[in-house]
Design a protein around this ligand. Structure first.
Ligand code: SAM
Length: 269
C-alpha cells in the first residue's frame, strides 16, 4: 500500500514479521471465533488473523484505507470493514450471538479513553489484545505502592485481569515512534473481584483520591467522605491514594454509596 502515514490518526504501521507472528501466536485465533480489530491500518495483523479466523470485523477511521484493505483481503476470507470511530462504536452490536474478541495496535493518542469506552462493553467481550505504549501497560498492571499505580490501574483491574505479554522496540513500526511499546492481554472478569454496590461511587471515589496523589486521603476525599467514614472501613486517613488496594477502594465506595443514600433519605421532600 502506498499510504502516507497520518499523525493525527496515530498511524505507526507494524512491519516486523517476527513481532507480527508473536502477536498472532498470543491471540491464538480459531475458525468460528468472532474477532474484531480496531485500527487495521495497512493490514499488518489483519491478514494473518483473517486467514486463521475466516471472518474478521475491523473498525478503521481513515477512509483512505478502506478500499486498499478490502482489495488486500481478497481471497483470504470475509473481511467486514466498519469505517467508523472506535471511540464511539457500539461493540454490543457485534456481539449479538456470541461474545467478541478484540485486538488492535491502538493509536497511542487515544488508547486510554478508548480502553475506558471498551470497559462499558466488558460483558460482551471474551478478551482484548492490545499493542500500547509500554508506560501505559506498566500503569495498567501496577500494584499498590508504586509510582505507576493510579486511577487507570484501579479501574482496569476492577474490570479485567491484566497480563503484560512482551515488549516491542520502536523499530518494529514505520514511522518509528519515540516510545517503547508493549503487547498486553486484558481479560474481563466473569464476576467483579470485589463487590461494589454503586459503580458510579467507585468511579467518583477513585477519581477524587488520585486528583492530588501526593496528599493524604483525609484531604483529597474531604469533598466526598469525612474522616470517620474513611476510618470506619479500616482505611488510614493519613494514607495516600497510591497505597490502597482495589478492595479498600471498593470498601470506601460502598461507604460513599451508603452515605449518599442516607443523605437523600434525610433530605426534605
Ligand atoms: N494495525 C495497523 C498496524 O499494526 O500496522 C495500524 C496500527 S496504527 C498504530 C493505528 C490505526 O488506527 C491506524 O490505522 C489509524 O488510522 C486507526 N485509527 C486511529 N484513530 C482511530 C479511531 N478513532 N477509530 C478507528 N481507527 C482509528
Amino acid at each position: 500500500m502506498s499510504h502516507q502515514a497520518r499523525k493525527r490518526f496515530g498511524q505507526n504501521f507494524l512491519h516486523d514479521q517476527d513481532v507480527i507472528q508473536r502477536i498472532v501466536h498470543a491471540i491464538n485465533p480459531r475458525p468460528g471465533q468472532r474477532l474484531v480489530e480496531i485500527g487495521p491500518g495497512q493490514g499488518a495483523i489483519t491478514l494473518p488473523l483473517l486467514k486463521a479466523c475466516e471472518k474478521l470485523e475491523v473498525i478503521e477511521l481513515d477512509r483512505d484505507l478502506v478500499a486498499p484493505l478490502g482489495a488486500l483481503a481478497q481471497g483470504c476470507g470475509e473481511l467486514v470493514i466498519h469505517q467508523s470511530d472506535a471511540m464511539r462504536f457500539d461493540y454490543s452490536s457485534l456481539a449479538e450471538q456470541e461474545k467478541i474478541r478484540i485486538v488492535g495496535n491502538l493509536p497511542y493518542n487515544i488508547s486510554t479513553p478508548l480502553i475506558f469506552h471498551l470497559m462499558n462493553y466488558s460483558s460482551y467481550i471474551v478478551d482484548m489484545h492490545f499493542m500500547l505504549q509500554k508506560e501505559l501497560v506498566d500503569r495498567m498492571a501496577a500494584a499498590p505502592g508504586g509510582g505507576d499505580y493510579g486511577r487507570l490501574s484501579v479501574m482496569i483491574q476492577y474490570h479485567c485481569r491484566v497480563d503484560p505479554l512482551f515488549r516491542v522496540a520502536p523499530q518494529a513500526f514505520q514511522p518509528v515512534p519515540k516510545v517503547d511499546s508493549a503487547f498486553v492481554r486484558l481479560t474481563p472478569h466473569a464476576h467483579p473481584p470485589v463487590a461494589v454496590a454503586d459503580y458510579n461511587c467507585l468511579v467518583d471515589l477513585v477519581r477524587q483520591a488520585f486528583s492530588q496523589r501526593r496528599k493524604t486521603l483525609r484531604n483529597t476525599l474531604k469533598p466526598l467522605l469525612p474522616v470517620e467514614d474513611i476510618e470506619s472501613v479500616g482505611v488510614n486517613p493519613a494514607a495516600r491514594a497510591e497505597t490502597l488496594t482495589l478492595a479498600q477502594y471498593a470498601a470506601l465506595a460502598n461507604r460513599l454509596a451508603d452515605r449518599n443514600r442516607s443523605l437523600s433519605e434525610a433530605a426534605p421532600p
